[in-house]
Design a protein. Structure first.
Length: 353
C-alpha cells in the first residue's frame, strides 16, 4: 500500500497561510510519501498550489483530488495536466470529478444534467489531448472543433513528462463507480470503510471488465481522516463537524451524494437525522448526532494500536494508496502524525516499496 497525504483545501491544514501546507508537504516528502493530494471547490485552485508546493519539495508526487470538470474545458485540463506533469518531473496524478449540482450550476454556470455522459466524453478528450493526437470529438456534450466555423483540430504543443498521465475519478454512486472502473486508471474514494469497500470494488471491477481489463494496476485511493488520542471519544469528536457537514449539508435535501453513501452503508436513519438538523442550521446538534460507528468505520481514530489495526484493515481490503488527512489540535501535531503513520506502515510491513 502506497502512502499519500491529503491536504484538502487551502485553510484546512491548521493555518490560514501557505506555511502549514508547505510544512506538511515537506514532511510527506521527508517520510517518502508517494503523493500529496490537493482539493478545490470554490476557493483555492489545485494547479496554482501544486506548482508552488512542488517547487519546494524533491521527490513526492502531487495529485488533484479533484479538479472539477465544470470548471475547465477538457482541453484546458489537458494543458494543465501536461504542464504540472512537467513541473513535477512526471509525478502528477490527474483526479477529476463533476462536483455537485449546487457548485456546478451555482458557481460555474454549467448544467449538472447527465454527469456520467459528460464525464465519459471529458475523459476521452483529455486522453486524446495528452496523447498528442489531433483533438477532434463529436459528442452530446462536447464538439471539437465547432462546426461551420474557422476552428480546426489541434494538437497539444507541450509534451507531458510521461506518455500516460494517470487519470482518476472521484465517485460515490454505483453507476459512477462502474464508469470509474471502465475509463479511469484509479479511483479516489471518500469515507472509505474497509468493511464496505468490497461492494465498491465489485462495481469498479464490473467496469474494468467492460474495458477488458482487471483491477491489476488500478489505483484504489482511500482518502481517510486520521485523529489519534488515547481517549477514542476525543479522537472521534474532532471529526464530528466535518462528517456532519458532508453527510448533512453537502448538497440539498434530495441530492446529497455523501448522505446517500451513508445510507447505503447502513446508516439511513442516522444520516436522515443529521441532515435534518444540519439543514435546520443546528450544526452543533448535527455534529453531536453523527454516529460514532460511522466515524470509526470511515476514519482512523483512537490510539496508536487502533491505528495499526485500521492500517492493516485498509491494506487487506484492497486499498493501494492510503491518503491520510491528519486531524489534530495543532499544526505541530499534524506534522508529527505524518511521520507517525509512515513509521507504523513500515513497522507493519504495509508500505509498497
Amino acid at each position: 500500500m502506497r502512502l499519500g497525504l491529503n491536504l484538502g483545501y487551502w485553510g484546512t491544514t491548521g493555518t490560514d497561510d501557505l506555511e502549514g501546507m508547505l510544512r506538511l508537504s515537506k514532511a510527506a516528502d521527508e517520510h517518502h510519501y508517494d503523493v500529496v493530494w490537493l482539493a478545490e471547490v470554490y476557493g483555492s485552485d489545485i494547479p496554482s498550489l501544486t506548482g508552488y508546493l512542488a517547487a519546494h519539495t524533491t521527490n513526492v508526487g502531487y495529485g488533484a483530488a479533484i479538479m472539477q470538470i465544470p470548471a475547465r474545458t477538457p482541453a484546458m485540463t489537458a494543458m494543465t495536466a501536461a504542464t504540472l506533469d512537467r513541473i513535477t518531473g512526471g509525478r502528477f496524478h490527474l483526479g477529476l470529478g463533476v462536483s455537485g449540482p449546487q457548485v456546478s450550476e451555482g458557481w460555474y454556470g454549467v448544467r449538472f444534467a447527465d454527469p456520467l455522459g459528460r464525464t465519459r466524453e471529458y475523459v476521452e478528450i483529455v486522453r486524446k489531448a495528452l496523447g498528442r493526437r489531433n483533438v477532434e470529438f463529436h459528442g452530446e456534450h462536447f464538439e471539437l472543433p465547432l462546426p461551420d466555423g474557422p476552428g480546426k483540430a489541434l494538437r497539444l504543443l507541450l509534451l507531458p513528462e510521461r506518455e500516460d498521465v494517470p487519470i482518476y475519478l472521484a465517485s460515490l454512486g454505483p453507476k459512477n463507480l462502474e464508469l470509474t472502473g471502465e475509463i479511469a486508471d484509479g479511483w479516489i474514494g471518500i469515507f472509505v470503510s474497509p468493511e464496505y469497500l468490497p461492494e465498491q470494488l465489485a462495481l469498479i471491477e464490473r467496469g474494468r471488465q467492460k474495458s477488458d481489463t482487471s483491477l491489476d494496476g488500478f489505483d484504489v485511493v482511500a482518502s481517510v481522516n486520521v485523529s489519534l488520542a488515547d481517549d477514542i471519544d476525543v479522537a472521534a469528536d474532532r471529526l464530528r463537524g466535518h462528517h456532519a457537514l458532508y453527510v448533512g449539508g453537502m448538497g440539498s435535501k434530495n441530492k446529497n451524494f455523501y448522505h446517500a453513501l451513508a445510507a447505503r452503508m447502513g446508516f439511513q436513519q442516522q444520516a436522515d437525522h443529521v441532515q435534518d438538523l444540519f439543514l435546520a442550521k443546528q450544526h452543533r446538534d448535527a455534529a453531536a448526532a453523527m454516529p460514532r460507528e460511522f466515524i470509526e468505520r470511515t476514519a482512523i481514530v483512537g490510539d496508536t494500536e487502533a491505528a495499526r489495526s485500521r492500517l492493516r484493515a485498509y491494506a487487506q481490503a484492497g486499498v493501494t494508496t492510503l491518503a491520510i488527512s491528519p486531524w489534530m489540535d495543532s499544526l505541530e501535531e499534524r506534522v508529527e502524525l505524518v511521520g507517525l503513520i509512515a513509521r507504523l506502515m513500515d513497522e507493519e510491513g504495509l508500505r509498497d516499496s
